[in-house]
Design a protein around this ligand. Structure first.
Ligand code: SF4
Ligand code: SF4
Length: 409
């Protein structure tokens, strides 16, 4: 049977590089700013998602929904192509477990007194848990604001509870749970079974080389999940590749090559690689969703205008025969910079139309709202019920248009 496989090079340096980069990204993203705002943050105070320079209000939920669908389908897509590679290479839980294992081994090697080493380990787990908890909150509260509020003892109840709960959970995870979570609680391994195809990347003990196995057990000892890969693919396998390196190290000493390797599934005798049909279908769905999201984001208005009749709802007829209606407007600036807006009423053929109230230099902060109370005077009074077009302007251009409904009495 012919297999598409990768047999050369050590896996560990590549995996560690990916883990380092993803960790630095997770830690660093809240500190990166575009136009004075975080690159990526769900601002809890303004209920706004700051996303690479765009600011998306919670009201624009459909954008969240599309982004969420892309994320979920993307997850399945990666799993269909590369199996549980997320678990072994990118998952923060695995990175934390690897870090805790590394701390255990270093502290154990440096400090011979077991009780002292154990206490030091606990201290390191606490520090890591603290960093993880802070990092999580930075995705909801800008780091600058976070540190200022923390120092002044005014972090807020929700942020405080989030910090404390995350800190305790991560600490307990590192101290007691670690990879048991991956083996028992995490549903992702079960999902993997549903998404696997014949062409999915898996770890494989080469059955054709079974007789070459030295039965040294290095692959089992190196496995963080306690798997014997010689018994075939198992649900607990996180595709980390440690067994590949372990076997290769052993076999290379006797001039051979490793017996475990990554494989893109079996192929039929004809020699063609199996088509990963589910993955291609999923890829097409993701591409369509990304186009929809790009169109939705690029055509979204940078400001909105909502109209309500003024609380009294009264209509006035003046002595000169004109008609006056009163309104309350709510102006929302969705941009990440403050805006100066103005309001204009469109001409109504045969009538004189006039806006009375603040209509020029309406300053609205970034991601902010402003209420505007104004009146619309139309002379002479039109005979029936109709509407007047109201334009929200910025820098001489029309941002959005709405209608002022005109009541005659
Ligand atoms: S079997 Fe190999 S790839 Fe799978 S978890 Fe164990 S060491 Fe990692
Ligand atoms: S490390 Fe390689 S040679 Fe040793 S037991 Fe595992 S598969 Fe066999």
């Amino acid at each position: 049977m012919i297999r598409q496989s990768y047999k050369r090079g050590r896996i560990a340096p590549g995996r560690k590089l990916v883990q380092w980069l993803s960790t630095l990204l997770l830690l660093g993203i809240p500190f990166v700013e575009v136009g004075g705002e975080s690159l990526l943050r769900l601002d809890a105070q303004t209920r706004t998602l700051l996303f690479f320079g765009a600011s998306i209000r919670i009201e624009e939920f459909y954008l969240f929904l599309i982004a969420l669908l892309i994320f979920v389908f993307g997850f399945f897509f990666i799993t269909m192509l590369f199996g549980r590679v997320w678990c072994g290479w990118l998952c923060p839980q695995t990175t934390l477990c690897d870090l805790a294992d590394w701390i255990d081994s270093k502290v154990g090697a440096l400090i011979p007194v077991r009780s002292l080493a154990a206490a030091l380990n606990q201290l390191f787990y606490l520090i890591i848990a603290c960093v993880v908890a802070c990092n999580l909150v930075w995705y909801f509260m800008a780091p600058g604001q976070f540190f200022a509020r923390l120092l002044s003892g005014d972090i807020g109840m929700v942020a405080g509870i989030t910090l404390a709960v995350t800190l305790v959970l991560v600490y307990l995870d590192l101290a007691l749970v670690r990879r048991t979570f991956c083996r028992t609680v995490c549903p992702y391994g079960r999902i993997q079974l549903l998404t696997m195809e014949r062409g999915t990347l898996t770890l494989e003990f080469d059955p054709e080389l079974k007789d070459a196995c030295l039965r040294c057990g290095a692959c089992v000892r190196g496995c963080p999940m306690g798997i014997d890969i010689r018994n075939g693919l198992q649900i607990e396998c996180i595709n980390c590749g440690r067994c590949v390196d372990a076997c290769r190290d052993v076999m290379e000493k006797s001039g051979g090559s490793g017996l475990v390797h990554y494989s893109l599934g079996s192929v039929p005798e004809a020699g063609a690689r199996p088509a990963n049909r589910k993955a291609r279908l999923m890829g097409a769905v993701i591409a369509i969703l990304m186009v929809i999201l790009a169109l939705a984001v690029s055509t979204r208005q940078e400001a909105t205008l909502k109209v309500q009749r003024a609380a009294g709802g009264e209509v006035k007829r003046l002595a000169d025969g004109s008609l006056v209606n009163f309104y309350t407007l709510y102006l929302e600036n969705r941009a990440t910079r403050p805006g100066s807006f103005s309001l204009e009423a469109a001409p109504l053929p045969g009538y004189r139309v006039e806006l009375i109230g603040p209509v020029r230099d309406l300053l609205v902060p970034a991601n902010g709202n402003r209420r505007v109370d104004l009146a619309l005077k139309v002379s002479p009074a039109p005979p029936g019920r109709r509407g007047v077009e109201l334009r929200l302007m910025r820098d001489g251009g029309v941002v959005t248009v709405t209608e002022l409904p005109l009541l005659v009495e």
